[in-house]
Every structure is written in C-alpha cells, then in structure tokens.
Design a protein around this ligand. Structure first.
Ligand code: HEC
Ligand code: HEC
Length: 473
C-alpha cells in the first residue's frame, strides 16, 4: 500500500510523489470523503495488519470517558467500556483524552472568562534543571475541576487579551494578542499554560535516533548563525535513565508512554503502571511505593501507546487532482501547486528551516517496523530555542528556560482548519494566542528574530506564498 492521490478524469489512484510524503510511507493518502475533519484520525498508511488491532484498541481507550466508560462516538450504540467507568480522579481537567484532543486536533480556542479545561496549566513553587518543587495548593498542574460539589473551584481562564500592532516594512499591519490569565485559586509562583497540540505522526518523531537530533544542536552557536538549538533531557520515571525530550511544547517528555501516563495522571486523575499513585501529581518521590492495582493496566497503556505511535500524517496537499472545469473542487483540494512550491523555496530562503528542519530520517530500532527508516518532512528539529521575552512564561522545565520552546512540528498545520471546524477556531503557538499563521510568525523573537525579519521584508506576494506553503502542510 502506497499513499496515493486521485487523478482526473475518474480519480484513478496514483502513488503520491516522495516530496509530498511528510510522514514517509506512514503518510495518509489524499482524502476524497466528505469528512476532511477526520484527517488526523487515520492510521499510518503502511500499518501492518496485526497492528491495526492494537491501533483500534488504543483508539477505544483514547475515546473512553473515565466517568461512565462511554465512547465519545455514538455513545448510545457503542458498548460501554465498563472497566473504565468511575475511574476519574477526584480532581481532573477533562474526562477523556479526546475531550482535549478533539478529533485528534487542538484545544478549543480560549474564550475570555471560560475555564481552560481543554488546556493544561503546569505549575511549580520553584524549579531548576535538577528538580521541581510542586506548588503547595496544586501540585504539578492545576486540576481545574473536581468531582465533589464542595471542593474549591480552581478554574483558570483568559481574563482579557492585551493587543499590540506590528507594522511590517511595506506597511501591512498584524495585530498581536497576548492572554492575561485569571486564577480562581491562589496564583502559583511559576506557571505555563499550554494548548493541546494535534496528535499525528508521533511514533515517527519517537523513531528518530537521538544522535540524529543531537547532530542538529548547536548550544554554543559555533557556526555563528544565531540559532542554537538545545536538547531537553528527561528522566524516565520508570527506570531513572536519561533520554532526549521530544513531546510537549517544551519537549519535557521522552516517550509516548510517558506522555500518555502523564496525561492520565494530571489531566484525568487516572493511575497507570508508570504513575501508580495519585500522589505522583504532588511530585512525591516515592509516589509509586505504596500503590495497589492501577486504574489502567500495562496492556492498556501499551495499546494507548501503539495508537499514538501509529497515527499517520496527512500527505502535503500540494497537487491538484485535475478536476475538469466546472466541477466543484472541495477547499482541501483547491490548491495552487506553483505558489506552494515557490512558498516552500522562500520558507528555506528566509531560514525558517534553521529550526523547522525540512527533512529527517527515522532510525532502524523502533519497535514498530512501520516507523523505521522513513524519510520525514516534520519541519521540526525537536530542539529548544530561545524565542524571546514575548513568548516566555515563568516555568522552566529541565533545560527549557522560561523563553525556550521546542520547534513546533509544522506538519498538519494546514489541516487544522478542517479538524477544528473552520479557520476561526484554529489557534497557534503553545498557549493558543495566535489566530493566524501571520500572527504566529510575528511572535517569533529571540533566536528566530533574523528569520522573522527576512520574512517580513519579503514582498506581500512572497509572504502570501509562504503562507500558502504552510497551509499545504
Ligand atoms: C486537559 C486536556 C488534555 C487531556 C485530557 C489530554 N491531553 Fe494530551 N496534551 C494536552 C496538552 C496541553 C499537551 C501539551 C503538553 C505540554 O506542552 O507539555 C498535550 C500533549 C500530548 C501529547 C504530545 C504531543 C506532542 O506533539 O508533543 C500526546 C501524545 C498526548 N497529549 C496524548 C494524550 C493522551 C493519550 C491523553 C489521554 C490519556 C491525553 N493526551 C489527554 C492536553 C490534554
Ligand atoms: C529559532 C527557531 C525558529 C525559527 C528560525 C522559526 N521558527 Fe517557527 N517556531 C519555533 C518555535 C520554538 C515555535 C513554537 C513557539 C511557541 O509555541 O511558543 C514555532 C512555532 C511556529 C508556528 C506555529 C506552530 C503551531 O503549531 O502553532 C509557525 C506557523 C511557525 N513557527 C512558522 C515559522 C516560519 C514561517 C518561520 C520563518 C519565517 C519560522 N517559523 C522560523 C522556532 C522557530
């Protein structure tokens, strides 16, 4: 099975050219159904038959409510997953994975005054590269909702947006908004507010060898290009060994297993073989010592891990299917290949690729053969970069200082408008502040200042070509 697209006049299937395969052979073929909002939910195109069972079993858990065991899709038809009813913790943010990663996409766009319960509020009393002191009230993150009616309300919301206007050299202006937060409970000494990112292609990112990523790092800027790139280092909570961080906006998790267990504990209040006790939420070092049976079993954690690992990446929408004149072309296929190609070249020319790495190859060792030796176009180096004070929060994580962020993978950014239900619902950057790609780029400071300046100095037509390229990813 090769990722394919349809060619006119009868949409005969033709293998997609290599250049469009953002996720290698795990890329997802062009979509011709009426359901473009489901493009992030597809299995890797090259998935092995025996792994499809693991995928769907993990998928079921991702969609299960830990309140009543119901599936998020057709809850009255799909059987109840009774093993997971009543497993929700006393405090939580949401009741299922899919509750935040809706359709495997992003958090709901924040509305001022509304509780941010599809986002994460990570907190600490203090932190250093060697450890974190949890907040006295909240622990390691604010669990905004509680089961018990009389429990304190710890909602966090956007109180308002501060707006500024940035003028580009040719006079075009971009409005930038920055959220100001309100806490119902005590304001923590350090905090970081994050939107849920799309979950696609994560197994491919996990399958890149550490050395491949470390070769891109330049912590002392020895080549003098102003771009450093620093790895984050993460301790495996089960073994104590140190690994390269890859997941989360500050690369604070090394594996999908760790990320899933962290979400279960902190977002849903559910224990697993990684975090066996809810006391781990408060950072207690021996939190696993006294645990009994955990809410989800080793087998189930492995299924969740397999599901995340085997989610494909939509192929780049840079080709027309050659519909004949007069036939309605759906927005996802209505693309301008020449413009996109020019935009891609300009994206490299203005040095976006010095962080958003255009090509990486996965190693030969991932447990899933589907993910090995794949040529990817993830547009990330998985390294941390200082993005300047404008994007800084107050919570360092490991090597990631307050203003440092993992280069966001850009694959999938052009599909967000379909998955989130319209361009008006799409938000970019770690806290979901940016309403447009233009606004997201305009926030780039620190190490990215030169690149942003080069982009802003392009003609309007050239900037639009870069944006068209991003929308094709
Ligand atoms: C309350 C909302 C919420 C819930 C519930 C939630 N997540 Fe997330 N998820 C997030 C946020 C926010 C991040 C970014 C975290 C960070 O920056 O460290 C994230 C990140 C991730 C990532 C890393 C993606 C990347 O690109 O690095 C994975 C994988 C993931 N979540 C899986 C899960 C799974 C599996 C579950 C269910 C067990 C789950 N999430 C439940 C909000 C949520
Ligand atoms: C110095 C490294 C660096 C350079 C150079 C850079 N970026 Fe980024 N980019 C990042 C990081 C880090 C983030 C995540 C920042 C955050 O979430 O606060 C990001 C985020 C983005 C996002 C938002 C992605 C999302 O998932 O919401 C877009 C779009 C983007 N960059 C486009 C560009 C373009 C276009 C250029 C070139 C003009 C560029 N970037 C240059 C590091 C860089």
């Amino acid at each position: 099975m090769r990722p394919w697209y349809g060619v006119a006049p009868v949409l005969d299937s033709v293998p997609l050219p290599e250049s469009t395969l953002l996720g290698g052979q795990a890329s997802v073929s062009y979509n011709y159904s009426e359901e473009p909002h489901r493009v992030f939910q597809q299995m890797a195109n090259n998935i092995g038959i025996s792994n499809t069972q693991r995928f769907v079993e993990g998928r079921r858990l991702f969609h299960t409510s830990f309140v009543d065991g119901k599936h998020s899709e057709s809850p009255d038809i799909n059987p109840v997953f009774t093993a997971h009813a009543n497993q929700l913790g006393p405090r939580f943010n949401n009741v299922s994975c899919i509750g935040c990663h809706a359709l495997n996409g992003r958090s709901v766009a924040p509305v001022p005054g509304q509780r941010l319960d599809t986002m994460a509020v990570e907190v600490a009393a203090s932190s250093s590269p060697s450890g974190v002191t949890p907040d006295a009230t909240y622990g390691l993150n604010v669990q905004q909702r509680a089961q018990e009616a009389g429990a304190p309300d710890y909602s966090v919301s956007v109180q308002a947006y501060e707006t500024t206007v940035r003028a580009l050299p040719d006079g075009e202006t971009v409005e930038l908004q920055k959220p100001v937060y309100a806490f119902k409970g005590p304001v923590p000494a350090q905090y970081s507010i994050r939107q849920a990112p799309q979950v696609i292609g994560l197994g491919l990112l996990e399958a890149i060898d550490e050395t491949t990523i470390l070769n891109l790092a330049d912590p002392e800027d020895s080549n003098g290009d102003g771009i450093r790139g620093v790895p984050n280092w993460v301790v495996n909570p089960e073994t104590g060994s140190r690994h390269l961080g890859r997941f989360g906006w500050k690369a604070s998790k090394a594996t999908l297993r760790q990320q899933a267990a962290d979400a279960l504990l902190k977002d849903i209040g559910v224990t697993s073989p990684v975090y066996k006790s809810l006391a781990c939420q408060r950072g207690s070092p021996d939190c696993n010592a006294t645990a009994g049976a955990t809410a989800i079993s080793e087998t189930e954690l492995q299924r969740l891990d397999a599901y995340l690992a085997l989610l494909g990446v939509p192929a780049q929408r840079s080709l027309r299917s050659g519909y004949m004149d007069g036939i309605r072309v759906s927005p996802e296929h209505d693309v301008d290949p020449a413009l996109i190609q020019r935009g891609g070249a300009l994206f490299a020319q203005v040095r976006c690729v010095s962080c958003h790495t255009a090509q990486l190859t996965t190693g030969a060792n991932h447990p899933f053969a589907e993910l090995r030796n794949q040529t990817l176009r993830p547009y990330t180096d998985l390294l941390l970069h200082d993005m300047g004070p404008g994007l800084a929060d107050t919570l360092p994580q490991g090597q990631a200082g307050a203003s440092m962020w993992r280069t966001a993978p850009l694959w999938g950014v052009g599909s967000l408008r379909f998955v989130q239900g319209g361009v008006q619902n799409v938000r970019y950057l770690h806290d979901g502040r940016a309403r447009t790609l233009m606004e997201a780029i305009a926030w780039h400071g620190g190490e990215a200042s030169t690149s942003r300046g080069l982009f802003e100095a392009l003609s309007k037509a050239d900037r639009d070509a870069v944006l068209a390229f991003l929308e094709s990813l």
